[in-house]
Design a protein around this ligand. Structure first.
Ligand SMILES: *Cc1c(COP(=O)(O)O)cnc(C)c1O
Length: 451
């Protein structure tokens, strides 16, 4: 299987190259040349445990990695999770269940992809002998998950940009208290979008990318999307057989990565009914699915900071399919959006999507309501999944983070504290972080000085 760019201006590459590069050299995102049909595999995969399912799935995509090596990579990726089912489902009522994706080492769903990605990098470094400089921008959880997926990998240096003061204190500790000498948390003055824009420009400098062995761990990396596909499959198999095809998956989203993974699984022939894109007050995706207008607005910091995003990078992958896999149309639309901040789709095909928006006031109300009704504590991101919507049938809400990552919001909403032993340990350690301007030149200079 080869991988093509959504912008169609570079040749197709192998799985390992697509993973190593992250972003395609033409600025596009990698996608499989064709999507496999999973419908004839479902019966065989139904009873597999999580890591085995992940291995079968990746065997279809990572075709340039030998099966025994793939086995090792995948097996080592889910052994730091503290739930035997890895992604357990908790039933709250007849019509509402939660898919808990926060049992990994940094207590957010991003561990699913970044634990695995760390092992793919290690494999790649062992094979090529080339070191890798990872550059990422984070709205909180990606950075923590990336750092914990990479910190013990020989040959990987990790640079993570984050908006200072706009992520939770515990998220910052997860990034800055590792003690690892190959990890550089870079605090910037600005928003997540500022960090992401600067990062993307650094990637567009091909000479620099080649010089330092630059790689991306943001959800633009295809391996992340594919890793996330696996919990949709796993959840589908764990839902009651009689009703699983009637259940809508509700996905708290910002960068469109998580929900894209589910949509790809559906496109590969798994009969998932559909998806609800659940945004916070930064609702560009809600407005898109509501009225076909993809229009940039300023980011307004919210109680669900990992979703404080307006430019949803992974939307470009969905767009590629929406314009019938025509890269020239993708380029035109991205160009218009970049130069005017807006693109209006005529006859926008919503396909299997609905959407919702949740304000900060509602987030607090929902945390309280869910706690009062079910005795279950949800984090502020997951709370967006509980937005009141017209009854569209049973839902499975993806719980994207452990509530203990956001103790202040939980405390303010329901008056009780939340904690987790892994976070208590971090509070004893010193914070190490660096300050840089969110400009490509400053970032490149910092990286050169450290490598
Ligand atoms: C990253 C993150 C999200 C948003 O995920 P996307 O892939 O950007 O849609 C939602 N919730 C939490 C807790 C996150 O860390």
């Amino acid at each position: 299987m080869n991988y093509i760019s959504t912008r169609g201006q570079v040749p197709a590459v192998s799985f390992s190259t697509a993973v190593e590069q992250g972003l395609a050299p033409d600025g596009g995102l990698y996608l499989p040349e064709e999507l496999p049909d999973l419908s004839n595999k479902l019966a065989d995969w139904e009873s597999l445990e999580y890591a085995a399912l992940c291995e079968e799935f990746f065997a279809l995509f990572a075709t340039d990695i030998k099966r025994d090596q793939l086995h090792e990579i995948v097996q080592g990726s889910y052994n730091k999770f503290d739930a035997t089912e890895i992604a357990p489902i908790v039933k709250l009522s007849e019509s509402c269940s939660v898919l808990e994706l926060f049992h990994g080492p940094t207590l957010a769903f991003k561990d699913f992809a970044l634990q695995l990605l760390g092992n793919f990098y290690a494999h790649q470094i062992a094979r090529t002998g080339r070191t890798i400089a990872v550059l990422g921008a984070t709205s909180g959880d990606t950075g923590a998950a990336a750092i914990h997926g990479l910190l013990d990998k020989v040959g990987v240096n990790t640079f993570i940009l984050y908006p200072e003061g706009r992520i939770s204190a515990l998220q910052e500790r997860q990034m800055t208290c590792t003690g690892a000498e190959t990890v550089f948390p870079l605090a910037i003055q600005g928003s997540f979008d500022d960090a992401q824009t600067a990062m993307k420009t650094v990637f567009e400098d091909r000479d620099f990318a080649a010089e330092v062995g630059l790689s991306a761990v943001n959800s633009i990396n295809l391996a992340r999307i594919l890793a996330q596909c696996v919990y949709y499959l796993s959840a589908f198999f764990r839902l009651p057989k009689a009703s699983r095809e009637q259940i809508t998956f509700v996905v708290p989203t910002g960068n469109f990565g998580n929900v894209l993974a589910g949509w790809l699984v559906q496109r590969m022939g798994v009969p998932i009914k559909g998806f609800r894109v659940a945004t916070n007050q930064n609702d560009i995706l809600h407005r898109l699915f509501d009225c076909g207008r993809y229009e940039l607005e300023a980011v307004a910091p919210s109680l669900a900071p990992s979703m404080d995003i307006q430019v949803a990078s992974n939307f470009e992958r969905f767009l590629y399919y929406a314009v019938d896999c025509d890269p020239s149309k993708v380029r035109d639309i991205i160009h218009t959006f970049k130069s005017t901040g807006c693109y209006v789709f005529e006859d926008f095909d919503r396909a299997s999507f609905t959407s919702s928006r949740t304000s900060d006031v509602q987030i607090s109300e929902i945390i309280k309501q869910v706690y009062d009704q079910f005795g279950y504590v949800v984090d502020p991101h997951t709370a967006c999944g509980f937005a009141p919507v017209e009854n569209t049938g049973p839902e499975l809400i993806l719980a994207t983070a452990h509530p203990a990552k956001f103790p202040d919001t939980i405390e303010a909403s329901i008056g009780i504290g939340t904690t987790h032993h892994s976070l208590d340990i971090l509070k004893q350690r010193a914070i190490v972080k660096y300050s840089v301007e969110p400009t490509p030149a400053a970032i490149k200079a910092f990286m050169r000085a450290r490598l």
